[in-house]
Design a protein around this ligand. Structure first.
Ligand code: ZN
Length: 734
């Protein structure tokens, strides 16, 4: 037997196979183990662990101990943040009949952690104001600005009313914001079974979707204004920080708001009279969806404990050997609304497995060239508190040193999905080609491409077949990357697998737990492992690259496409207003009127003026040319760069994303400084690209749009100049 082995070994040697030692990236991917990820999840989701809870602190300490055990230099950094928790919650129907909402999610016998009542936060929306209001009820569909335009045409006002909106289509915090802008005094948000219940699939515990008592908790802080601790905008919420008075805070809601289940919503909706809701407003409940106002009258009373709570961020480091002052930062939050197996434990468990495997590489002799910082954030659910406070606290150091931030959050089965800085698009594509999809055994890149080919629109299909890189999306908000990307200008990626299962049905409820996850979602943690492999490979590649792996050609091309979108948006506005004015003037609305279902004709509006996009077009072209020169110089310099020129190039590249931020920030929200990416002021999580110009157009503030065109053009010119400086540094390598 021994002789045979020696023979086989010699045979392999002679074929030259054993001469090839696997790269650190390949070794790393082999070290990751799905079983470990499942074990972390079982532990971390064993009890409710929201910000300020005993088990949340215990989890942070457990994570700290693991980092240390795996060879990382780790510590906990704490921040004291405002997090109101409920003291009193009442929702009752007073007229035409009486009904009191239960506001309870009952435990289920098959689901062991659903009964941990004493440690569960009740269902509520964080940063709702206290309030005691009574009024007629109005159904407002998803509660977006466009829904109120529709209501106005139907002659329905929400002034003095309590609105009931369904979850979905916009971020939840937008619903009470827009309701208050229209004069409502209270807001209820419910989960309609059409969106995440039995209309989609069977309900929990028989299926994965939301049952009649399930409630989506969540923050309604005005995050598009600024995220993080409401009392300390722009600075870390350390013990010594100067804090705003509660009265000065601008990110609380203006009216009380509470989420409810469809079990509690159904009697309220059934009691609403008035006109039928438009067809696409109707949900999946067996009732006639009417708009009101009234005759349903509702009483809502809410009171909160407004004390500070302590957030525990776990921060772990591996020191870089060659460029210790260039940092790769990677994070996922550890806090949940309740047990949170999917959100966030499926993500943080993958992150921990990366940390373990990277520690193992170090034991085997690997030394990353750059410093790697792994973070487990607290208080994400309330409004990105832990990550935002840490970034604000360390801002000047991050501006000097941060080369990349990689974020993950809840993870699932399916397709790799990546959003972020477009200078990183080619890096993402390279890594996606190296990671194997656990179900098909093809690369995750191949599977992403196939998805676009099968499900994408024809234009994207052709591109997916021919373009070298698949496109990555732009980031709005909704997880811990905002302070890195949009406040500080750190190149950022948000990474996850999804698309085969819906985790909406248990999102932010007591049923998002280990039982549900292991029955309906990534049951064997294969995609948790794929996530760890993907992100770990991104980390190793970036940490060990001589020249930071940024490419500006895709960025420039993407910017060009945004500029075209803005021009098309303006033209579309002009055309549709012209056409509608024509319809009004020729009396078309009067001619179609139905006296039984009266609707108001829209008013004649001024047509948008022409806007000069030339500065933006010119700057985008300069960036394109600079990006091409850099690519050419980099391709020509492979393997011939001196350590000095590498250092000089990286000193430029590390500042590249920072050129796209403007110290003054966006109009009316100076915390958001990135001029290419921001969450929409009226969409919340969903991104607005070139937000200064785009939102000014949407709000019909055309003078502001012109001013913003100039500011964005200046930022693109700065970026082009920096890319040229990097090219010059490359060309001095000889
Ligand atoms: Zn999350």
């Amino acid at each position: 037997m021994k002789r045979l082995l020696v023979f086989v070994w010699l045979l392999i040697l002679s074929l030259g196979v054993s001469a090839q030692t696997p790269s650190w990236e390949v070794t790393f991917r082999g070290l990751t183990d799905a079983k470990n990820i499942g074990e972390y999840m079982r532990l971390l989701s064993a009890r409710p662990h929201h910000l300020g809870s005993p088990y949340g602190k215990q989890n942070a300490e457990w994570i700290l101990a693991r980092f240390k055990e795996w060879g990382w230099d780790a510590r906990i950094e704490t921040y004291d943040v405002l997090f109101p928790t409920p003291k009193e919650r009442v929702v009752e129907l007073l007229e035409p009949s009486k009904f009191k909402a239960s506001l309870q999610e009952p435990p289920l016998t098959v689901d062991p952690t659903s009964s941990q009542k004493n440690e569960q936060l009740p269902s509520f929306n964080a940063y709702s104001v206290d309030g005691d209001v009574t009024g007629p009820l109005v159904y407002v569909n998803y509660g977006r600005p466009a829904d109120y335009e529709q209501l106005e045409r139907l002659g329905v006002s929400v002034k003095g009313a309590i609105v009931i909106a369904r979850y979905g289509a916009s971020w939840r915090g937008i619903k009470p914001k827009v309701a208050a802008e229209h004069g409502a005094v209270g807001c209820l948000i419910y989960s309609d079974p059409r969106d995440d219940g039995y209309f989609v699939e069977g309900v929990f515990p028989d299926g994965p979707m939301r049952n009649r008592d399930g409630v989506q908790r969540g923050s309604v802080m005005d995050m598009p204004t600024y995220p993080g601790d409401p009392l300390t905008p722009g600075v870390g919420a350390t013990a010594a920080a100067k804090r705003l008075d509660l009265k000065e805070v601008t990110t609380l809601t203006k009216i009380p708001v509470l989420p409810i289940s469809y079990g509690d919503a159904q009697p309220l909706l059934a009691a609403i009279g008035g006109p039928m809701a438009p067809t696409d407003w109707r949900g999946g409940l067996p009732l006639a969806y009417r708009i009101g106002p009234g005759p349903a009258r509702v009483h809502v009373k809410l009171a909160f404990d407004w004390s500070l709570k302590r957030a525990y961020d776990v921060i772990a480091r591996l020191q870089g050997s060659t460029y210790p002052n260039e940092w790769i930062v990677r994070g996922n939050h550890h806090d949940a609304w309740v047990n949170g197996a999917q959100d966030p434990v499926s993500g943080v468990s993958a992150e921990l497995e990366e940390a373990r495997a990277l520690g193992e590489l170090v034991k085997r002799g690997w030394r990353p060239k750059r410093t790697i910082v792994y973070a487990a954030w607290d208080g994400e659910e309330q409004g990105l508190l832990g990550s935002t406070e840490w970034v604000e606290d360390h801002e000047s150091e991050l501006r000097d040193k941060a080369a990349l931030y990689i974020n993950t959050d809840g993870n699932g089965r399916g397709f790799l999905s990546v959003g972020g800085s477009h200078a990183l698009e080619s890096l993402v594509n390279a890594v996606a080609r190296d990671v194997e999809d656990p179900q098909t055994k093809q690369s995750v890149w191949k599977r992403m491409q196939a998805r676009t080919i099968v499900y994408g629109p024809p234009s994207e299909r052709a591109e997916a077949r021919s373009r070298q890189d698949l496109r990555i999306g732009a980031l709005g908000s909704g997880s811990d990357y905002s302070a890195f990307l949009q406040h500080t200008g750190v190149p950022t990626l948000n990474v996850g697998f999804s698309g085969l299962d819906s985790s909406e049905g248990i999102y932010h409820s007591i049923y998002d737990d280990y039982y549900h996850f292991t029955k309906f979602l990534d049951t064997d943690f294969a995609y948790g492992r794929a996530l760890a492999q993907t992100v770990g490979t991104l980390v190793i590649k970036t940490a060990d690259a001589d020249v930071l792996p940024f490419q500006f050609t895709n960025l420039a091309e993407t910017v060009q496409s945004y500029v075209k979108e803005l021009q098309a948006l303006l033209k579309e506005q002009q055309d549709s207003v012209r056409e509608r004015n024509h319809q009004v003037e020729e009396g078309a609305f009067d001619a179609i009127a139905d006296p039984r279902r009266p609707q108001k004709a829209p008013k004649v509006e001024a047509v948008a003026p022409a806007i000069n996009f030339a500065p933006l077009e010119n700057a985008a072209s300069s960036l394109t040319r600079a990006a091409d020169r850099f690519k050419k110089a980099l391709d020509g310099s492979r393997g011939k760069l001196s350590p000095e020129s590498i250092a000089a190039v990286n000193a430029r590249l590390i500042q590249s994303e920072r050129q796209l931020i403007d110290a003054d920030g966006l109009p009316r929200r100076p915390w958001y400084r990135h001029l290419l990416y921001a969450p929409g002021y009226y969409t919340g999580y969903a991104v607005k690209t070139i937000p200064g110009v785009r939102e000014a157009l949407e709000q019909k503030s055309y003078a502001e749009a012109e001013r913003e065109v100039t500011r964005v053009a200046n930022a693109l010119d700065r970026e082009a100049a920096l890319v040229d400086a990097a090219t010059a540094a490359l060309e001095t390598h000889k």
